[in-house]
Design a protein around this ligand. Structure first.
Ligand SMILES: Cc1cc2nc3c(=O)[nH]c(=O)nc-3n(C[C@H](O)[C@H](O)[C@H](O)COP(=O)(O)O)c2cc1C
Length: 402
């Protein structure tokens, strides 16, 4: 099922300043946050950064030519498409052109077609003399009077070696300013860095290992791959993540706090330590053994043809979560290996009713083993969402965690 993307649509206009390289971090940031991005560049901009870099970071074609074959009405389509326009960096030339209504290329023509109910944010970047020039100052005042958001420039050492105003803001400052733009009311913003950072997320991953004797263990096939991918998305979006990982579990590629566990009992101990520490959401993706072995000390003799191991039922760790931390949003995972819908429904219902899960992610072993591992999201708040890829699932979980 194809979902329409409701994330904000940002149209970036890049102009020919030496500070253009800084904007690459900004593009990359919003791409990771799953904003929809389109890019227009002036001819001069492409003297500073290549098309391949911009396309590589955004996955989008770079629009330059007003008269390109088959794209003749881009100046109307792009500006209509956007929820907000961001000019970064904005040259003195571009700012002065906007203020006088010159429309001699795609980037400047877009402004004449702009709908002022949407934000048009301009991040100036230029030499101090160019910034302070009466022409530029007059243009800035003119644009402000029309409702254009002209962001302050920074003071500091400029590329030309002079010290003064006109310097482009740092990527983090630009990101905050863009996140704070007032978007149309029907647009939902993904996690903003500041809100996400305040949210502590605990993610359990991998499978428990139950000791049989001092050397051997019984375990399961959980790799931790799903949890690691989810953790990476949360970290990339600025959440504060603690990753509770089995010894063999795949780890996130991005940096976060990692706490290791081995057996059922060690996982229980870690949960008792961590859950009272104010986690807003716990994504419990670890595969926890339903039984532990009544252990033997030393090493079991391997000479006998048959060996009997006694297993003892474990309580459900997930049932402990809300008792330890009632305010933590609990996201449980249910892996099935059946097509029996009634049985699947029973298992999911039990997670809601007995374990007090807020959300249950169901996936089936057949899908885990296929080329396209998909997930179904069950929640009390909205109808079930089926067939989600790992990226879609991570998005859903981030929206739940905010
Ligand atoms: C090395 C170099 C760096 C430049 N940096 C800036 C700059 O930071 N700000 C600016 O306003 N112009 C800068 N310029 C001048 C612009 O590239 C020039 O005015 C150009 O016509 C701007 O075109 P555009 O506004 O269509 O992108 C620079 C030029 C060169 C050669």
């Amino acid at each position: 099922m194809l979902k329409s993307n409701t994330n904000p649509k940002l149209l970036f206009i890049l102009t020919g300043s030496i500070a253009l390289y800084k904007v690459m971090n900004v593009l990359s940031h919003f791409k990771k946050l799953n904003y929809q991005i389109k890019v227009v560049a002036t001819e001069s901009a492409l003297k500073f950064v290549g098309v391949s870099t911009i396309e590589g970071l955004t996955g989008e074609k770079v629009h330059v030519d007003l008269y390109e074959n088959g794209s003749n009405m881009d100046h109307i389509h792009l500006i209509r498409w956007a929820d907000a326009v961001v000019v970064a960096p904005a040259t003195a030339n571009y700012i002065n052109k906007l203020a006088t209504g010159i429309a001699d290329d795609l980037a400047s023509t877009l402004f004449l077609a702009h709908d002022f109910t949407k934000p048009f944010a301009v991040f100036p970047a230029m030499n101090t003399k160019m910034y302070q020039h009466p022409s530029t100052q007059k243009s800035i005042a003119q644009l402000k009077s029309w409702g254009v958001d002209i962001l302050d420039s920074a003071s500091g050492v400029l590329a030309c070696g002079e010290i003064g105003v006109g310097r482009l803001l740092e990527p983090e400052q630009m990101i905050t300013a863009i996140e704070n733009l007032k978007l149309p009311v029907n647009v939902t913003k993904p996690a903003t860095t500041a809100i996400a950072k305040a949210k502590k997320i605990l993610i359990s991953s991998g499978g428990t290992q139950e000791p049989i004797d001092d050397i051997r263990v019984i375990s399961n096939k959980s790799s931790g791959k799903t949890a690691a991918q989810i953790a990476d998305q949360f970290i990339a979006n600025g959440f504060t993540v603690t990753y509770l990982a089995a010894e063999t579990a795949k780890l996130p590629t991005l940096e976060c706090e990692v706490v290791k566990y081995t057996s059922f009992h060690s996982l229980e101990e870690k949960l008792r330590q961590l859950l009272p520490l104010n986690y807003s959401t716990f994504i419990h993706a670890a595969a926890v053994s339903d039984y532990s072995v009544v252990p033997t000390t030393g090493k079991i003799n391997s000479d006998s043809d048959e060996l009997t191991i006694t297993l003892k039922r474990n309580p459900k760790l997930i049932d402990l979560v809300k008792k330890l931390s009632p305010q933590t949003k609990l996201i449980g995972f249910k892996l099935t290996s059946t097509t029996d819908e009634k049985l699947i429904t029973e298992k999911i219902t039990k997670l809601f009713e007995v374990s007090k899960c807020d959300v249950v992610i169901h996936n089936d072993w057949a899908s885990v083993n296929s080329l396209r591992h998909t997930f179904n999201v069950h929640s009390k708040q909205h109808p079930v969402k089926t067939n989600l890829t790992i990226d879609d699932l991570s998005q859903e979980l981030m929206m739940e965690a905010l």
